[in-house]
Write a protein that binds this ligand. Structure first.
Ligand code: DX5
Ligand code: ZN
Length: 217
């Protein structure tokens, strides 16, 4: 098995110094830069839009893993693609035609991801397994950093690992929410190969980022 990838969520970074923060986690060994986009409607928080993604793009060559928690989502795919996203992940509840949304993402030459809320079953995405490059399992209710890991999602991660392995092509299995050194181990044992980590990465200031990322890995 390949080494687990770490995707720091910049939701926990210092927003006044976001370019520096992205450079710092890049230097500290981040594999992806996880960007949480929230609209105050699909989730109860408002974060960042395509203008910020575009402004951050020159600060790193690492893939931008853009997690869209917005509804409707289709009208904004082009904006995030053109701003420099590499992976664009959507929730099945964010529009009426998930398959069409994934095709739209791929039409821009981007990797397409799909995310499952804690209450959303694997069956909600069974019909698009052939289309996706990444599956993101939420282990918190989306909206905020710093929440506690919901362990009831571990069987879902195990089930998705089985289904991905049966596909016979590479699909990232990413876990998002409440990841720390203890829950990282549980997620990896269940079959995850990409860990989103906001609080666990950005705790202690820039001089700690490399240590924090190493500990998770
Ligand atoms: C939650 C976001 C997560 C969050 C993770 O809605 O999708 O990416 O920022 O934060 P931590 O790692 O602090 O739980
Ligand atoms: Zn996220």
């Amino acid at each position: 098995m390949t080494a687990v990838k770490i995707a720091p969520s910049i939701l926990s970074a210092d927003f006044a110094r976001l370019g520096d923060e992205v450079r710092a986690v890049d230097a500290a060994g981040a594999d992806y830069i996880h960007i949480d986009v929230m609209d105050g409607h699909f989730v109860p928080n408002i974060t960042i839009g395509p203008a910020v993604v575009k402004a951050l793009r020159p600060h790193t060559a690492k893939p931008f893993d853009v997690h869209l928690m917005i509804s409707p989502v289709d009208p904004y795919i082009a904006g995030f693609a053109e701003a420099g996203a590499d992976i664009i992940t959507v929730h099945p509840e964010a529009g009426p035609h998930l398959h069409r949304t994934l095709q739209l993402i791929k039409s821009f030459g981007k990797k397409a991801g799909v995310s499952l809320n804690p209450a959303t079953p694997v069956e909600a995405i069974q019909h698009v397994l052939e289309e996706v490059d990444l599956i993101l399992v939420m282990t918190v209710n989306p909206g905020f950093g710093g929440q506690s890991f919901i362990a009831s999602q571990l069987p879902k991660i195990r089930e998705l690992r089985r289904r991905i392995d049966a596909l016979g092509r590479p699909v990232d299995l990413e876990v998002d929410g409440g990841i720390n050194v203890d829950t990282a181990r549980l997620a990896i044992e269940a079959g995850a190969d990409v860990l989103v980590a906001g609080t666990a990465t950005f705790t202690g200031g820039p001089e700690k980022y490399a240590t924090n990322i190493r500990a998770l890995r």
